[in-house]
Each structure stands twice: as structure tokens, then as C-alpha cells.
Design a protein around this ligand. Structure first.
Ligand code: MN
Length: 284
């Protein structure tokens, strides 16, 4: 069990087949913190609206987080674009989880970090969105190829390897998009008189200095299984968790079955999700 001062996670996309909930459950089991920040896209309202998908492991993630609150951890939830339905609850507290639009975190070393999901510049960046030309469906396909590929890799005793992360580092437009994003985010952190920014959104974990400002991205639980952590003495690190330490949690990527249509229909009609979320093509 590792004890941190702070843990940031985002882009879990609960409610999608791509969500690697078992890895996250294992991560949460082995890592504790005084403060947790859930930095958006925790639940994927866009996808749930299209088709209902909610396996037990996705419930378990929420239960695990609530249990951390009960045991004394402070948990803040900063909604993103995929869970923007939660933005109507900003300023409220649910089960001791505080919902905020954005936040300032001061590290043990006195660094002032602006925390935000990262979609605020999407309108500015619309011509550079790297996935806009790849398309949502192709992204989903890559994730699913990735999942089967890794199922076989792990069966054969190899480690997890992310195809989509690899593509992001190789496709020129993707690289440009990520650089533009990082620069914009740090510039805005500077405007807000902070020493840096913590965000998610682009599914690419990172810690680096840009013009003297700290750019931290806590990654995702769809492709790279990564979190940002602050150690007890104020060091920031990225933790990758592409493995499951516990034998009792079964890794079962091939057991993904959609709900029967009747159940899917019932669940959908009983779910209060906003109607204005369908036009976005970008799956971030
Ligand atoms: Mn996002």
C-alpha cells in the first residue's frame, strides 16, 4: 500500500466498454491519499445516452471512492465534458464528495496548481483536434483492438502495451495537437497566477516544464492506466498501473457483453441524462 499526499485521476469513462475499471480498482486498493481529485470524464454521459453499459466493476469503482471518503479522505470532483451533466451540481456535496468547477491545489512544497479537466479550449482548438480526423469510431476500434491485443499479450506473459498511446506519439497531427494543448493550458495557469496546471482530457499522462510552468496531466483509465500523485514531501509523479496485483480480481476483457435490448431500453429510459450532448465527435 502506497501512501500519498494527493492523487489525481481522470478520464475513467465509466459506462463505456473501453473503461479499464479492474485496473483502476486495483490501483485504488493499493494507493491511498489524504486528498483525491477526480478531474473529469469520470462517467461517460455521452456514451451512456447512446447505449446503456454498466457492469459491476463500474459500480465497484464508485463504491471504492465512497469508501475512501468514509475512511477520512477528502475527495473533490471536477466534471469534464463527458460528464458535464454533473456541472449543474457545482458547489454542492454528494456523499461528502465536493463538486467544483476548478480548483487550486498547494503542494507540500508550496507550488500552486490550477486543476481543471482541460476542455475549456476545445472551441479554440477545434481545427487541431487530433481525433477529429481519426473519428470517434476509429478511436473506439483502436481501443478495442488494443484490448484484445493486450489480453493475448498478458496471457502470453507479456506486459500491457498501449497501441493508441503509441499512435499518439507517432502521428504528426496528434503530436501537434498535444503540444498546442499543453502550451494553452500552462498559459492559462500563468494568467491565473499559478505555478502550473493539473488536467486530463487528452489521455496522455505527462509532467513537464513549459516556459517555467508545470504542466501535469494525470492520464486516463482507458488507454494508459495512469494517475498523477503527490508524495508526502511534495514531489509530483506519474504512476502507471497496467497490471493487477490481486489474483482475486479476474482480468476479463473478453467477457464484454452488451445488455439485452429490453434491459438496455429500460435502463436508458430511467436515466436522467442531458439531451444536448450528442453532437461532439471528439472522444476526449
Ligand atoms: Mn474530456
Amino acid at each position: 500500500m502506497a501512501q500519498y499526499r494527493t492523487i489525481w485521476i481522470s478520464d475513467v469513462h465509466l459506462g463505456t466498454i473501453g473503461c479499464q475499471a479492474d485496473y483502476l480498482l486495483d490501483f485504488l486498493k493499493h494507493n491511498e491519499a489524504h486528498t483525491f481529485y477526480l478531474v473529469g470524464d469520470m462517467i461517460d454521459g455521452w456514451r451512456l445516452k447512446k447505449s446503456w453499459y454498466w457492469p459491476q466493476a463500474h459500480n465497484d469503482v464508485i463504491q471504492k471512492i465512497l469508501r475512501k471518503v468514509r475512511k477520512g479522505a477528502e475527495v473533490f470532483y471536477i466534471p469534464g465534458n463527458h460528464d458535464e451533466m454533473a456541472r449543474q451540481f457545482i458547489g454542492m456535496t454528494f456523499g461528502e464528495i465536493q463538486i467544483r468547477e476548478d480548483m487550486i491545489h498547494i503542494t507540500a512544497k508550496g507550488k500552486k496548481l490550477w486543476i481543471t479537466h482541460g476542455d475549456i479550449f476545445d472551441s479554440v482548438m477545434q481545427y487541431a483536434k487530433w481525433l477529429a480526423y481519426l473519428g470517434d469510431n476509429l478511436y473506439t476500434l483502436i481501443l478495442s483492438v488494443n484490448r484484445y491485443f493486450n489480453y493475448i499479450r498478458i496471457k502470453c506473459g507479456f506486459q500491457y502495451w498501449s497501441l493508441s498511446q503509441y499512435l499518439k506519439t507517432k502521428v504528426k497531427n496528434a503530436v501537434n495537437f498535444i503540444t498546442d494543448f499543453e502550451v494553452l493550458m500552462t498559459r492559462e495557469a500563468k494568467n491565473r497566477k499559478c505555478d502550473g496546471v493539473v488536467c486530463g482530457h487528452i489521455h496522455k499522462a505527462e509532467i513537464r516544464l513549459i516556459d517555467g510552468l508545470l504542466y501535469c496531466n494525470d492520464g486516463d483509465w482507458v488507454e494508459s492506466m495512469s494517475a498523477l500523485v503527490e508524495t508526502l514531501d511534495g514531489e509530483l509523479q506519474i504512476v502507471y498501473w497496467p497490471h493487477i496485483l490481486d489474483d482475486d480480481i479476474e482480468y476479463s476483457p473478453l467477457e464484454i457483453k452488451p445488455l439485452p435490448p429490453s434491459v438496455a431500453h429500460q435502463s436508458n429510459s430511467g436515466t436522467q441524462l442531458p439531451t444536448a450532448l450528442t453532437t461532439e465527435s471528439l472522444n476526449l
